[in-house]
Design a protein around this ligand. Structure first.
Ligand SMILES: Cc1cc2nc3c(=O)[nH]c(=O)nc-3n(C[C@H](O)[C@H](O)[C@H](O)COP(=O)(O)O)c2cc1C
Length: 331
């Protein structure tokens, strides 16, 4: 029976235990999106305290894809030295790291991103008011290349993996969702067409990082809304992501953010979603959502509902959560 303290490997990424700090934006960057001392202190505290894998918060791949004023960026080579200091800090503290790559798409404002937000179609994500401009096909190709460049920077900076953000109503999630994607070209309509852009991004990341670099995907496996992506389609999409080269699926959901209202504060609210994806994926799966109790976290692993657990807000509140959890379980 696997336990929370067991190591796990995927595509050359070996983690000392099953505890993951999921990506959590904290607005600690400079206005240009640079790493600051506050980032180093924030992540070092969790890395020193036995978290197996730290996934650095969503980092924008082009300035037009920025969502908040002090968001972390990975859009330019000048940002690599700062990112390297972050990757080095985490490694020296004993954890492994990935960085999440994102474009906000329609999930931002003109004030923050400096232009009219873009999306697959002129449909706003439900929690936003500004109408996005539909991307032209050559713009999709340019953004695919930008994801590739960002992945290259992540590898150069020394992160152990990247995570492509395909959840919570951000750009790749907007393309996958039938609610926000109403295109009638090769990037809309059928499942394969709505997934075309995410799959091309994975291919670009693979091309840019070479054959042996672990690629993870934050998979919005249900939009939790009428007319959105639902689990039955997500179960068809998961093997497509794996076939494209994803070695760990970080399962989340919600077109309007990571905590859909009707799921409330239920402990482990996305565990059933992760379990359903695990049953078809054939690669390790991370379960997240309201996990705060070590015994519950361990049961998710022991009952093989997921292979790793993401502990978000509990780790923000208590940087020592992982160490204390492992101690409690050992006793
Ligand atoms: C402050 C904060 C920032 C977040 N930022 C991100 C992010 O950058 N990328 C992402 O995929 N999810 C983000 N999330 C969602 C978390 O990764 C996680 O899925 C969610 O908080 C549920 O886990 P929890 O109940 O353990 O906190 C954020 C959540 C919080 C609370």
């Amino acid at each position: 029976m696997p336990t929370l303290s067991d190591p796990i490997s995927a595509d050359g990424l070996t983690l000392k235990n099953r505890i993951v700090m999921p990506p959590m934006a904290n607005d600690l960057s400079s206005e240009k999106g640079e790493v600051t001392q506050k980032h180093l202190d924030h992540y070092r505290a969790r890395a020193e305290a036995e978290v197996g894998l730290i996934i650095i918060e969503h980092s924008y791949i082009v300035p037009e894809g920025k969502m908040s004023a002090r968001q972390l960026g990975i859009y330019d080579d000048s940002l690599v030295p700062g990112l390297k200091s972050l990757a080095d800090t985490i490694r020296a503290a004993g954890a492994r790291s990935a960085i999440q790559l994102t474009h906000a798409g329609a999930n931002t404002t003109a004030e923050v991103c400096g232009c009219q937000p873009v999306g697959p179609s002129g449909i706003p994500v439900p929690n936003r008011r500004e109408n996005p401009r539909p991307l032209e096909v050559d713009e999709i190709h340019a953004l695919t290349a930008a994801y590739g460049e960002a992945a290259r920077r992540a590898r150069e900076a020394g992160f152990d993996a990247i995570e492509i953000h395909g959840a919570h109503g951000f750009l790749l999630c907007q393309f996958a969702s039938p609610f926000t994607n109403r295109r009638s070209d090769d990037y809309g309509g059928s499942t394969g067409n709505r997934l075309r852009f995410p799959l091309e991004v994975i291919a670009a990341a693979r091309q840019a990082t070479g054959p042996s670099f672990p690629l993870m995907y934050r998979f919005g496996a249900s939009d939790f809304m009428q007319g959105g992506l639902a689990l039955d389609e997500a179960q068809k999409i998961a093997p497509m992501l794996v076939e494209a080269g994803i070695c760990i699926l970080d399962v989340s959901g919600g077109l309007c953010g990571s905590r859909p209202k009707d799921l409330g504060g239920m402990p482990g609210y996305f565990v059933p979603l992760a379990q359903s994806i695990k049953s078809v994926a054939g690669v390790p799966v991370i379960a997240v959502g309201g996990i705060t109790d070590p015994v519950f976290a361990n049961s998710v692993i022991a009952e093989e509902k997921a292979d790793l657990v993401g502990v978000g807000r509990a780790l923000l509140k208590n940087p020592n959560w992982a160490r204390e959890a492992l101690q409690q379980l050992a006793e």
